[in-house]
Design a protein around this ligand. Structure first.
Ligand code: GRF
Length: 219
């Protein structure tokens, strides 16, 4: 059996997306395993979710560091120690330095609660309601130094209903986040993504030559 790709998840809060990734990784056929969860917030609820799943947790509190650079150096040291191969930002509320992002180029995913490139930054559901859009959603993208701007791996769309509030709309979007984040991680972990500038496509699977053990592929 092929070794699973080692994932570190960075969180700041409740960690419902982390939970979706934990649940996906519980499938023996999922190509990735979470080896460590790092939070910049010592009170993040997601730390309990990780501990309950038997995953190593770590708090690297940004308040203990005098600069973003020093914080990112500490994070990088933790990721190297954990032998992480892919980093998933899941509700991680700190801006990362370009130097850190470059180290993880093509290997770091983020989930954002809007249909990028619309509604970058915070309060995305309020932004969507204010703009009067009829469709809203969420995006998993590769992380680049510019915030919420990396190549888009997958998006999910939800309707905006006439009586929606930030809460009802946010809940509808979050449900989709929990579906698309594991999907995007699966593709990245198994090497299925082809990135060409801003465009991401799925590689066509290579067929094994015909043999008696795989005749069904040729039906
Ligand atoms: C999610 O909506 C995520 O897209 C955004 O912050 C929220 C975090 O939720 N970046 P959770 O901590 O995963 O529950």
């Amino acid at each position: 059996m092929v070794a699973k790709t080692r994932i570190a998840v960075l969180i700041s809060g409740g960690g419902s997306n982390l939970q979706a990734l934990i649940d996906a990784c519980a499938d023996p056929f999922f190509p990735a395993q979470i080896v460590c969860v790092i939070s910049n917030n010592p009170d993040a609820g997601g730390l309990n979710r990780a501990a309950n799943a038997g995953i190593q947790t770590m708090v690297i509190n940004h308040r203990d560091y005098t600069s973003r650079e020093a914080f990112d150096v500490a994070m990088q040291a933790a990721l190297v120690k954990a032998e992480a191969q892919i980093v998933c930002l899941a509700g991680f509320m700190r801006l990362l330095t370009p130097a850190f992002v470059r180290v993880w180029e093509g290997k770091m995913l983020n989930i954002h609660p809007s249909l990028l490139p619309s509604f970058k930054g915070l309060d995305t559901h309020q932004q969507a309601l204010d703009a009067g859009v009829k469709w809203h959603g969420c995006t998993v993208h590769l992380v680049v130094p510019e915030m919420d701007a990396g190549p888009i791996v997958v998006q999910a769309v939800v309707p905006v209903l006439p009586d929606d509030t930030v809460q009802t709309l946010g809940a509808r979007v979050l449900e989709q986040e929990h579906l698309i984040y594991p999907q995007a991680l699966k593709w990245l972990a198994q090497g299925s993504l082809e990135v060409d500038g801003q465009r991401v496509t799925l590689k066509t699977p290579v067929k094994e030559p015909y043999s008696q053990s795989n005749p069904s592929e040729y039906c």
